[in-house]
Ligand binder design. Structure first.
Ligand SMILES: [Fe+2]
Length: 386
């Protein structure tokens, strides 16, 4: 075999995963297995009012494990929220973190863990492989089907002074256990189902088009695209339909395994700059930007995007028009699940664009994008999405 045809070495990391209806009920047993004496439970107000935090607290109590709750977490978790959570962890002498919630509480909990063990400020960990000491055992119960922070190497935290989202990327950020129970997603409102589900679709598309993809991430990414395409509008329309909720939970998990190991791309770079500047919902930003980024990236990775189109049931002809066909299908899918606004309606103005484009250009997710844009290219994509 010629040296040039030898595949590159790729690693694939994942937590211990329990997937299926009822997975949540194993939390007491898992916390005991990790020797928990005092658990810091991280959650947010929405998850508490849906009743999932109470359910977990009850199970920890039944197992005789004491815990303290930290729920001061907002969407797009902020640096000061992480530092406050780490203060609680240390003051209460906690030894295990349990998180119940969507991407925001999960990212916040991951960051709390490394701040507590390294005794440093959360912003010191920005970038790739900057975490020296792993956090304490981290057990995740996701309550959305999309962000996949429960299986990923990423935590995204807002630097409130610079108004930018930083990415902490490290193998130490992979949680120890993900108890993935699709029943927890049945209380999500339609808009959250749509936004988080579109985030999962973007994870899968960006991981598949990534220049760090591998056969292992490809399998997960393509199946995730099929599952999200098949189940997202049904899950948004019928919140209690377990066939759709199970399909979305599996799709989100596979997309998470793919992007955690293959990286993301320009959609996430631009969504991070948007979310950091204007505190906008991550899934909506991704959904709105996806079609324009696909148009920009298509010439650099046409074969990859054609496979994405086929996974969505499109007939790809092998011509240059395939890129436009895929972009239009993605726009149609976004509108079908109820995300029909443009960035202008979310409060973005032309004056915001130059600064956001510069920040997106420096976002680490750009490293694995199949095409290298200039700052001006990124400005044009934002303008298109206004
Ligand atoms: Fe995302």
């Amino acid at each position: 075999m010629a040296a040039s045809s030898k595949p590159e070495l790729r690693k694939f990391v994942t937590p211990e995963i329990v997937l299926g209806e009822g997975a949540l009920s194993l939390i007491g047993q898992y916390a005991t297995n990790f020797g928990a004496r005092k658990v810091l439970m991280v959650t947010d107000h929405g998850v508490r009012s849906a009743g999932w935090a109470d359910a977990v607290q009850k199970m920890l109590k039944e197992e005789g494990i004491s815990h303290v709750v930290f729920d001061n977490v907002t969407p797009n978790p902020k640096d000061h929220e992480v530092m406050a959570g780490a203060d609680v962890y240390r003051a209460e002498n906690c030894d295990v973190i349990v998180v119940v919630g969507g991407g925001s509480p999960m990212d916040c909990a991951k960051a709390i863990g490394i701040v507590a063990t390294n005794n440093r400020h959360v912003l010191d960990f920005e970038g790739m492989d900057e975490v020296l000491i792993p956090g304490p055992p981290l057990l995740c119960i996701p309550t959305t089907a999309g962000t996949s922070a429960d299986v990923s190497q990423f935590a995204i935290i807002t630097d409130t002074a610079r108004q930018v989202k930083i990415a902490i990327i490290s193998k130490t950020m992979v949680p120890d256990v993900a108890l993935i129970d699709p029943v927890t997603t049945t209380t999500m409102p339609t808009e959250l189902t749509a936004a988080t589900g579109m985030d999962a679709l973007v994870h899968a598309v960006e991981a598949y088009a990534s220049n760090a993809s591998s056969p292992l991430t490809d399998l997960n990414a393509l199946e995730a695209i099929r599952l999200v395409h098949r189940h997202l509008s049904g899950a948004a329309r019928e919140p209690r339909n377990m066939q759709h909720r199970n399909g979305m939970m599996l799709g989100s998990l596979l997309a998470g395994l793919a992007f955690s190991n293959a990286g993301l791309g320009l959609v996430h770079s631009m969504a991070h700059a948007l979310g950091g500047r204007l505190d906008l919902p991550h899934g909506d930003c991704n959904a709105i930007l996806l079609e324009s980024v696909v148009r920009f990236n298509f010439p650099a990775a046409a074969g990859r995007y054609r496979a994405v189109g086929r996974a969505m049931g499109l007939h790809m002809e092998g011509s240059v028009s395939d890129g436009e066909k895929l972009a239009e299908a993605l726009a149609h899918f976004r509108r079908e699940v109820g995300i029909d606004q443009r960035l202008g309606l979310l409060g973005v103005t032309p004056a915001h664009i130059p600064d956001m484009a510069r920040k997106a250009f420096h976002d680490p997710c750009l490293a694995t994008n199949p095409a290298q844009p200039t700052v001006r290219d990124i400005e044009v994509i934002y303008e298109e999405a206004l």
